[in-house]
Design a protein around this ligand. Structure first.
Ligand code: SIN
Length: 315
């Protein structure tokens, strides 16, 4: 049977993933119990909740609302602080062939550099994901919409940081933005970009109560799920066409089926992350989507992800 020959293995540079599916930072990954559960599942590894230097409570509730098309959130980076996630990452990275991606999201350039120093000085030898795209911090902009700020932080980081780093990006909407961010990122030895974070500052309205559904920021929050898949695919594709080949791409956004993964990989994703749908379905989603993806690959006669990665046709 062709299905038995199909491999869902993937890699980012020297880091091998036994399965192309990972969780997206923020969903069911804030505690060591949740992270361990992901590592024991079919997923190719886990991504930790984006850490700040100190533990944070995050924004006030309600701060997440599921909708028929996905979800809106304004969590505000509730997390246990870098020490907590770094210890987990040091203990689990590479164990049983699992990758642990350590996500960090400082509230300032200095906080990001402080955390990168701590990671540099640690025994952690995996991938660090620098989240420059959280839309839910009151009074703060998403750093990655300011291209000079991205250049500045990466220049300062690569002055001392010798380990492997990926950048979590927000969605871009104009092709000139794709050109500009790619020009900046191509200047640095980045291992990967992760595209996209939620579509920031959406608004869901409840017509019955005539109200917003989230308390923080007057109801504005990041959108995930079905709302974002076409934007995510465009960002994966747009960046793959512009980034140097050494920079891998993690495709994130709107994945809830094998077909969605297939589309992300056609657009050029090396690995994919599942956020909203993982929140709804928990770790069994990795089994279901792996099976669906293998069925699609079998039908098309593909045995590896390389057979179709980046091979999206244009008309
Ligand atoms: C949050 O905690 O507000 C979500 C994190 C993110 O979107 O980066």
């Amino acid at each position: 049977m062709l299905q038995n020959k199909i491999s869902l293995k993937a890699n980012i540079g020297k880091y091998r993933f036994n399965n192309v599916l990972l969780n997206a930072a923020g969903i069911r990954c804030a505690t060591t119990d949740e992270l361990t559960k992901i590592l024991r599942s079919t997923a190719g590894g886990c991504v930790t909740k984006s850490a700040t230097p100190q533990p944070r409570e995050g924004n006030e509730s309600p701060r997440m609302k599921a909708t028929p098309l996905g979800c809106i959130n304004s969590m505000g980076l509730p997390n246990h602080g870098l020490d907590y996630y770094l210890k987990f990452a040091e203990e689990n990275q590479g164990k049983n062939d699992n990758q642990v991606i350590l996500s960090i999201a400082g509230l300032s350039v200095d906080q990001n550099l402080e955390m990168l120093h701590q990671i540099q000085d640690s025994s952690f030898d995996g991938l660090t994901e620098l989240n420059l795209s959280c839309p839910n911090i009151k009074g703060e902009s998403q750093i990655a919409y300011d291209f000079e700020a991205v250049r500045d932080i990466l220049t300062k980081a690569f002055d001392f940081f010798t380990k492997d780093i990926g950048i979590k990006l927000p969605p871009y909407f104009d092709l000139h933005q794709f050109d500009q961010i790619a020009d900046v990122l191509n200047e640095f030895p980045i291992a990967y970009v992760n595209s996209i974070n939620s579509i920031g500052n959406g608004l869901i309205v409840n017509p019955e109560t005539e109200s917003v559904v989230l308390k923080p920021k007057g109801g504005f929050g990041g959108l995930g799920g079905d709302y974002v898949k076409p934007t995510a695919l465009a960002n994966v594709r747009g960046l793959r066409l512009r980034l140097k080949p050494e920079i891998a791409i993690i495709g994130t956004g709107g994945i809830k089926s094998g077909r969605d993964v297939f589309e992300h990989i056609l657009c050029g994703a090396n690995v994919v992350q599942i956020g909203t749908a993982f929140g709804f379905e928990d770790v069994k989603i990795f089994d279901r989507i792996s099976k669906e993806l293998k069925e699609i690959m079998a039908e098309k006669g593909y045995t590896s992800l390389d057979d179709f990665r980046g091979k999206l046709k244009t008309l």
